[in-house]
Design a protein around this ligand. Structure first.
Ligand code: KIV
Length: 271
């Protein structure tokens, strides 16, 4: 990793300090070099190479099919672009749940081959052995609770999680366990804002929300959703900052018109 001395890199320690100062943390997904470069230069604190690449990049219906090799490919592309942000790579489904040795092997590949700075995995008590083993190798771990998309076939739906008391209590317990184990931060996805705020207040590690309200320590969105590249997905928590789908379609339509009409290339656009 080459270090540019003019840029203060975001580390897990920096995120911890941000929480202590009450400064909100920004996180967005990235899967490729060009987008990661724009996001990093824009000043986003954390880039998540999410397994949502399975949906957004590969067109799968769920996050389950993406492989460790594919996550490493996306991770390495993002890491090559980044000078400031902390790069967190998701451990894909099947690469960490069953066996802590396999979890460590998957993590080591992500750290060595992608050059990631940390990994993220889904779940609480049920994956604690994997978390301990990864942490024992000195790799920072980000937890993920609430709507955990790798368990979609258990949930059966993408609706808000932990609305019932029992599930909310388990989530709070799991969040405390993840902190105790040594996770440096937790993502809470699609849970009631009140519950998320309670978790953020109880924990001293940063809690980053997606569809979890404003009472947490930071926000994460899928970049393709917030830029309006994806079109058919409009959950309540999603704010679209651009409508890139239509902008790109407009530009491409213009290109087609220009080529067909022989307007492009002009005299100035040739040798
Ligand atoms: O894979 C992903 O993009 C994620 C975010 C939704 C937090 O896990």
């Amino acid at each position: 990793m080459s270090v540019n001395k003019d840029i203060k890199r975001v580390t897990t320690h920096v995120l911890q300090e941000m929480k202590m100062r009450g400064e909100k943390i920004t996180m967005l997904t990235a899967y490729d070099f060009s987008m990661a470069r724009i996001l990093d230069e824009s000043g986003v604190d954390v880039l998540l190479v999410g397994d949502s690449a399975s949906n957004v990049m590969a067109g799968h219906e769920t996050t389950l099919p993406i492989t460790l090799d594919q996550m490493i490919y996306h991770g390495a592309s993002v890491v090559r672009a980044v000078k400031r942000a902390l790069v967190v790579v998701d451990l894909p489904f099947g690469s960490y749940q069953g066996n802590s040795r396999a979890a460590l092997d998957s993590t080591i590949r992500i750290m060595k081959e992608a050059g990631a700075h940390a990994v993220k995995l889904e779940g609480g008590a049920e994956v604690q052995e994997s978390i301990k083993r990864i942490l024992s190798a000195g790799v920072p771990v980000m937890g993920h609770l609430g709507l955990t998309p790798q368990s979609i076939y258990k949930f059966g739906t993408y609706t808000v999680r932990a609305k019932e008391e029992a599930e909310a209590a388990k989530l709070l317990e799991d969040a405390e366990l993840l902190q105790e184990l040594g996770c440096f931060a937790i993502v809470l996805e699609k849970i009631p804002a009140k519950l998320a705020a309670k978790v953020a207040e109880k924990l001293w590690i940063p809690v980053i929300g997606i569809g979890a309200g404003g009472g947490v320590d930071g926000q994460v969105l899928v970049t393709h959703d917030m830029l309006g590249i994806t079109k058919d997905f409009q959950p309540r928590f999603l704010r679209r900052y651009l409508d890139l789908f239509d902008s790109i379609r407009g530009a491409v339509n213009q290109y087609i018109t220009d080529v067909r009409s022989r307007d492009f290339p002009s005299d100035k656009e040739q040798y």
